[in-house]
Design a protein around this ligand. Structure first.
Ligand code: CDP
Ligand code: CDP
Length: 218
């Protein structure tokens, strides 16, 4: 099959990117982390002091932004910002950035351009509902907020980023709320998506489950 699309959606820390990367490697699919694209726009707005409530400033920002993805490198206007986009500072405003319609329209267009006619796996919040509603396989990963906070805190510790369990948990719950109640493409399970609760599953167990689903459809 020359065109094959896997959509992986779910809340922060449910395992989307980890599992998508493993499945991409196994089945030679191109992996696209759409959350990183929203993070790039959020990072740019912080750096340039863009007022996200000002439509003209947002429009100008979108004209001036050039996003390039080279493997696992995220290049913003020629500069590699792969690390900068993962900081708690960017995380704290990314959901606000992602709730703005014109920003979503630009990024969805780019995601469709990157994915169309290829063998791809994309992870995000609206892949199965909006970006590729005809995806060959749709997966919706979930896990308890407490488990997701534990996972994120462990990552911060490994990267030497200072944080604590309660603030990570609060940030996750706040993002869940903004992402699932916003007007534009809210986070929700597509009707035909397969839901997997990863709270008590290892990475290998989830990856085996999703791989079996991919194998059935490929
Ligand atoms: O990795 P993590 O789960 O923390 O988040 P992410 O996938 O990097 O996404 C960051 C934020 O971008 C999310 O909290 C959403 O607000 C937004 N997002 C979105 O609205 N739609 C997508 N397809 C992907 C991300
Ligand atoms: O992309 P998303 O925000 O949904 O989650 P992730 O970045 O793939 O996973 C967050 C963390 O949880 C990573 O450090 C994974 O290694 C870990 N994880 C886990 O411990 N068990 C799973 N079943 C899935 C992910």
């Amino acid at each position: 099959m020359s065109n094959f699309i896997v959509a992986v959606d779910g809340p922060a820390g449910s395992g989307k990117s980890t599992i998508s990367k493993l499945v991409a490697e196994k089945y030679k699919l191109t992996y696209l982390d759409t959350g990183a694209m929203y993070r790039m726009v959020a990072f740019y707005s912080l750096e340039k002091g863009v007022d996200l409530d000002n439509t003209a400033e947002v429009e100008l920002m979108l004209k001036n932004i050039n996003i390039d993805i080279d493997g696992d490198k995220f290049i913003l206007n020629g500069v590699d910002v792969s690390h900068e986009i993962r900081t708690p500072r960017v995380t704290s405003i990314v959901s606000k950035t992602a709730s703005i319609r014109s920003i979503r329209e630009k990024l969805v267009e780019l995601q469709r351009e990157i994915g169309s006619g290829k063998r791809v796996i994309l992870d995000g919040r609206d892949i199965g509902t909006v970006v590729f509603p005809n995806a060959h396989l749709k997966v919706f990963l979930v896990a308890s907020p407490e488990e997701r906070a534990k996972r994120r805190l462990k990552e911060y510790k490994e990267k030497g980023i200072k944080s604590d369990y309660n603030s990570v948990l609060e940030s996750i719950k706040e993002r869940d709320h903004i992402d699932s109640t916003r007007k534009e493409s809210p986070l929700k399970k597509a009707e035909d998506a397969i839901e997997v609760d990863t709270s008590f599953l290892s990475i290998k167990e989830v990856s085996d489950k999703i791989s079996a689903l991919v194998r059935e459809r490929i």
